[in-house]
Design a protein around this ligand. Sequence first.
Ligand SMILES: [Fe+2]
Length: 421
Amino acid sequence: MSKLNSQRIALVAMSVVVGFAVLIGALVAPEGLSAGDRNPDGSYAGTKLKGTTPAQWRLSWHEDPAHEATISWTTAANPESSTLFYDTQPRGGELAKYAQHVSATSGRYSDDEWKLWYNHAELAELKPSTTYWFVMVSDGASSREFHFVTAPDGDTDFKLLYGGDSRSDRDSRRIMNRRMRTLLEEDAEILALAHGGDYVGEGDELEDWVEWMTDHELTVTKDGRMLPVIPARGNHEASGPIYDEIWNTPGKKDGNFYASKIGSEFLLITLNTNISAGGNQADFLETTLKDNTKIRWQVANYHRPAYPAVKSPGSALEHWVPLFEKYNLDIAFESDGHTLKRTCGIRDGKPDKTGVVYIGEGGLGVKQRTPKDDRWYFKGGVTASTLHVQKIAVTKETLTVESITDEGEVYDTYTAKVRKR
Ligand SMILES: [Fe+2]
């Protein structure tokens, strides 16, 4: 064989390999993200951190998601100015056409090794149930255009996702992020994700958050819809400052507990199992439940379970469960156990159909444990060792929670009916 022929064969072989790599890339990397977002094997690399280019974007909801939102991003350089341009019409990234803009506050993340900056744009006076298109800009470097939908303020049907424990296993986390993205693309009624905590393995290490935020970009739909996150603090975030730098301090500093009203008839109370469950926090919980007895649906989200499927109960059992039962909370969402669970209705430490149901408990990308399914509160309930996310459908008649696996299978469905308070 001549030298020329061998070179030709090598060239053809190389083209086939490159062709396959491009094909795999097209299949694996999300649409709407550029080739630069892909690793050579086709896996997702994330928006590159370079200068003041907005990367690692996320959107958080706190108390009033019908009218407020925080849009945040990371830059590799300290920007002189960061601005969010937004409008109720798509403007294709042409900054001069956006009707509104707001300055973002910037600061350096608390980490000795990584030099990165957070940027938080706080949007206020938004219109309920409205799509907002937006572009993030730091020192002239722009993101592409994204959009999100604000929460309703009336008695409207909507859906949420719930999930926790997205730490430690990036492959599983990316699978679950892609699952959430698919759910969002299939169902426009899904508005946000309530996260039950333990985003990362080491909450004081920015490197872990950099990986988490990069993977979080995978939840954006192919047409650019961003999934708002309603965050709760987990034990792996401990009491460190980075959590507040990621999520713009949900609730008060050193508290991170708050209530979000979504529509006129749904209350989500986010609690913090990393600080005292009694004292201020128990007072806040009781006041919130007492002041909102007329709201049709009431749920809680916190990390460490009162009725766990794997470990021993947290202090929620002593301080919060009596209040949940006194004010007839509908569902408590719990994480931390790395397993799928739904308890029976529980009141006074016994099965009771009028009691509170506990659903969880952490399946967004961490290795799943074996649940202790012989515990009394799982008689009439469900346990499984599978990655999962819950989809919550809120209507006037029912509150339905589907536990959906990484494969997209509905493993369990629980439906609550309206109760008297
Ligand atoms: Fe945990």
